[in-house]
Design a protein around this ligand. Structure first.
Ligand code: FAD
Ligand code: NAD
Length: 472
């Protein structure tokens, strides 16, 4: 039997849920197909459990930075309680809590592995081996996300190395952990496992957090080292799980790192290898290339939203794409030639140069838009304004001896901010003001009148603007 819907969504991660929600709200009938847990990687193996692991040490550190409070938190972390709290945030890897919402908004769910078998057709293989055939009246949205990319290093495939899934779902904290990679997962998981008591070695051939402002990786590296982690700039040559059960990683320097576990944090690969792309002339295993309405290039009924299109590998940005895609699909039901105008409801325009993100390391890194280097590389005529975040009264009150840094990148031709990076304890909540300034293209002359309350860390804005004006 073939079941018909206006829209079929492959993958019920945060992004698939948002595509379906937006399309359903616009009057379409919609089904989501999910092979694992409704809520996706983000809810069960990525954002949520990683932040659940990072929050207890962060809360402890916040108290320890304030005299009078620090005396109250002198003991070690209760690791079992940290893991139990993480377990509660992932509902012990049970997605039944997500189902009432789907039902309440009228989205059907088919559990199983979905594959495209032709134009607007999807076949789902259920856990008991049955096949459900779905046909879309209008569109199919691929929201299958990404998986950890394991590089081709001799011995690595047989070394039972961890990916981020193993790290975020850890039940027994290893005595030692080697981490391959120096990106976001490496920075966050190094922070978490140092706090949980592992001896951590980060093997970061390009340094920590390359591609961000240099002071971000420097500050995170400084803190990790002071907490006992080792950070190496070498490349791995081979990996071997030894007879003792430990993993040894031979480096190009000739040194060898040995640890109880190895976490591979070397980027992501699209989950498109087994979704039937070959049936419609596309290549399995490729990222899906899309326009700003998230429609796949050259296939007018196919959309690819979230990680799988590689535009931005972040939940909030994927959900934003999902809202645009769901609306675009619905709009094209009655008007197939509908264009997605830049900054309109149907386009994910902010994906270009306006993306905010937070790295929940210690210290935190919060950033939006372009770095100074990227802005110059993109041809902007820029002025870079730096300020010591620790010199702001609100920061001093927030924590004794607060150390932090802020950078604002200004497009001199338009007089607007195009990039902001904050590094310091608890800077995450400073970020949205920066995002509004960057996305809203608020002129610096008007931003001057956005008065930050005293004594908050947001006074960093006043200091950045004063510094900018002093250089005029
Ligand atoms: C360790 C880690 C921490 C992270 N932390 C953050 C963070 O703090 N903030 C942030 O913004 N981003 C974070 N990210 C990134 C974030 O997890 C992703 O950007 C987000 O999960 C992408 O959502 P998605 O819906 O595209 O994919 P996913 O969340 O991966 O969901 C895809 C869904 O599709 C399903 N699926 C796949 N193939 C099929 C198929 N053939 N049939 C049926 N179902 C299928 C999968 O089972 C899955 O449920 C983190 C990533 C990692 C690895
Ligand atoms: N807080 C957050 O928002 C958050 C947290 C975690 C992950 N994420 C998302 O997940 C994505 C994936 O994170 P990630 O850290 O896996 O990727 P990444 O792209 O941030 O970093 C990959 C790292 O692996 C290194 N690398 C790649 N190949 C290698 C090899 N063969 N040998 C040695 N090193 C190698 C790179 O030099 C780099 O340091 C990020 O792009 C980010 O968008 C977001």
């Amino acid at each position: 039997m073939t079941v018909q819907y206006d829209l079929i969504v492959l993958g019920a991660g945060p992004v698939g849920e948002n595509v379906a929600d937006a399309a359903t709200a616009a009057g379409l009938t919609c089904v989501v197909v999910e092979s694992e847990l409704v809520g996706g990687d983000c809810s069960f193996w990525a954002c949520v459990p990683s932040k659940a692991l990072l929050r207890p040490p962060s809360a402890r550190d916040a108290a320890r930075r304030v005299d009078g409070a620090k005396q109250a938190v002198s003991g070690p972390l209760d690791v079992a309680a940290v893991l139990a709290r993480r377990d509660s945030f992932v509902s012990d890897w049970d997605d039944s809590g997500s189902l009432p919402w789907l039902e309440s908004v009228g989205i059907d769910l088919v559990r199983g592995h979905g594959r495209i078998t032709g134009e607007r057709r999807v076949e789902v293989t259920t856990a008991d081996g049955e096949t459900v055939v779905l046909e879309a009246n209008h569109a199919v949205a691929v929201c299958t996300g990404s998986a950890a990319r394991v590089p081709n290093i001799p011995g690595l495939a047989d070394a039972q190395a961890w990916t981020s899934r193993d790290a975020t779902s850890v039940q027994n904290v290893p005595a030692s952990l080697a981490i391959l990679g120096g990106g976001v997962v490496a920075a966050e998981m190094a922070t978490a496992f140092v706090a949980l008591g592992s001896a951590v070695t980060v093997i970061a051939r390009s340094g920590l957090l390359a591609g961000l402002e240099d002071f971000a990786g420097e500050a995170v590296g400084k803190r990790l080292r002071s907490d006992g982690a080792t950070i190496l700039g070498d490349s791995p040559v081979s990996v071997n799980r030894t007879g003792s059960g430990k993993v040894s990683i031979e480096l190009d320097s000739g040194d060898t790192v040995t640890a109880a576990e190895l976490l591979v944090a070397t980027g992501r690969t699209p989950r498109t290898t087994d979704i039937g792309l070959e049936s419609i002339g596309l290549t399995p295993g490729d990222w899906l290339s899309v326009d700003d309405s998230l429609r796949v290039d050259g296939v007018d009924w196919l959309y690819a939203v979230g990680d799988v299109n590689s535009r931005v590998l972040l939940t909030h940005q994927g959900k934003y794409q999902g809202r645009a895609a769901g609306r675009a699909i619905a709009a094209r039901v009655s008007a197939p030639k509908t264009q997605a105008e830049p900054w309109g409801d149907l386009a994910a325009s902010a994906d270009h140069e306006r993306v905010p993100f937070v790295i929940f390391s210690e210290p935190q890194v919060a950033s939006v838009g372009l770095t100074a280097e990227a802005a110059a590389g993109a041809g902007y005529r820029t002025r870079v304004v730096d300020y010591d975040l620790g010199a702001v009264s609100g920061a001093g009150l927030h924590a004794d001896g607060y150390e932090g840094f802020a950078r604002m990148v200004v497009d001199e031709d338009r007089g607007v901010v195009i990039g902001v990076t904050f590094v310091g304890a608890d800077v995450a909540e400073l970020l949205h003001a920066a995002t509004i300034a960057v996305v809203g293209e608020v002129p610096l002359t008007r931003l001057w009148h956005a008065v930050p309350a005293f004594p908050t860390m947001s006074e960093i804005w006043l200091r950045l603007l004063e510094t900018y004006r002093a250089g005029e």
